[in-house]
Design a protein around this ligand. Structure first.
Ligand code: TXA
Ligand code: MG
Length: 325
């Protein structure tokens, strides 16, 4: 049996599979199996009021689960891809109650990653999958990240898929490196609930109208989405260009940090390329965090990132990572 067959069997048996996607790694279960989906909440220590994203293989399968209005059909032109829509759940859809946290809406997307799509096609089930990290921690963008979180705790229940398969380099793992953009289409005005690689401007140009932003305040819009999120173990300071002894740095662009003491720093993108910066964000935060822990360093200092386009998503993740409560 190849690894996709094994993963497909695991899903059908109610086990969990960590699957690579183009955004971040997901911790997947059969979205029709309530018992299996409860395991996701337990393993992540995720509040059960925080609903999960359902991943499907095709638009036809998506239509069995959610009701698509005209706006939703337009946005579906971005699928497969890093955008999730919140839509009315279709009456009678076979999605487990734990997945939607009892809501009558459902969050759904088609991922653009060869391995995720192979698994979805092979098992024939919709897959509920949040990011494959313990609640509140940094999102995983590689096999190794997931293995550190869930591979080593005598957990026979999680099968971790590799991030590459054959020669499909086109959809490299975590190509985008940030969770999908979430747009709520159940409100009068479509509302962005989470920024991502697909920007508000792109969505507005596809819909031909303005959308609302539900992410800018600390108010909780997506249920269960606490403000503090995506945190390294080491504390983090943002919008700074000053690094002290005992600190590590995350730079952006040509202007490097004031760094006389030869501190350890990484650069999100020397050329100021926002897509490259997004791709590197979690990867470098993981690296800096383990370096800081190993070397008893106290803080990760992050440079200022332009707050537009993909920068909205990068700053959203950094704001949440830096929150202390
Ligand atoms: O890129 C991604 O979206 C990744 C990969 C694995 O696909 N998944 C991901 O899932 O980031 P997660 O669970 O970490 O984030 C899902 C977000 C949560 O903030 C949740 O509250 C929101 O989606 N959500 C899910 N269902 C919802 C609904 N019916 N209404 C509003 N928000 C919802
Ligand atoms: Mg997450």
């Amino acid at each position: 049996m190849n690894i996709i067959d094994q993963a497909s069997e695991a899903i059908k048996q109610g086990r969990l599979v960590a699957m690579p996607t183009e955004t971040v790694y997901g911790l997947a279960a059969n979205a029709e199996d309530d018992y299996a989906c409860h395991k996701i909440f337990a393993l992540k220590n995720r509040p059960t009021k925080n609903p999960l994203i359902v991943h499907v293989a095709s638009f036809i399968q998506a239509q069995e689960i959610a009701i698509f209005n005209e706006d939703a059909r337009l946005i579906a032109s971005l699928w497969p891809g890093p955008i999730t829509m919140v839509l009315p759940k279709k009456p009678g859809a076979a999605i487990a109650d734990s997945v939607t946290a009892g809501l009558d809406t459902v969050a759904i997307r088609i991922p653009a990653h060869q391995i995720a799509l192979k698994l979805l096609n092979q098992c024939g089930k919709p897959l509920a999958a949040p990011s494959a990290n313990p609640s509140g921690r940094l999102s995983p963008t590689s096999f190794q990240h997931v293995e550190i979180y869930f591979g080593n705790n005598n957990n026979d229940d999680v099968l971790i898929l590799p991030d590459t398969y054959g020669n499909h380099a086109k959809y490299e793992t975590s190509q985008y490196g940030l969770e999908s953009t979430i747009i709520d289409l159940t409100t009068n005005t479509p509302t962005i609930l989470r920024y991502g690689f697909i920007t508000p401007n792109l969505i507005e140009s596809i819909l031909g109208k303005s959308i609302a932003h539900g992410t800018s305040s600390k108010e909780i819009k997506a249920p269960g989405m606490a403000f503090k999120h995506y945190s390294p173990v080491t504390s983090i300071t943002i919008n700074s260009n000053h690094i002290e002894e005992g600190e590590v740095g995350l730079e952006f662009g040509h202007n490097s940090m004031v760094n006389n003491k030869g501190s350890y720093t990484l650069n999100l993108s020397k050329n100021g390329d926002m897509a490259e910066a997004a791709h590197n964000l979690f990867k470098m935060l993981h690296q800096l965090d383990s370096y800081a822990i190993t070397n008893n360093m106290t803080k990760i200092v992050v440079a200022k990132i332009p707050n537009e386009g993909i920068g909205l998503a990068i700053n959203d993740r950094l704001d949440r990572a830096a929150e202390t409560t």
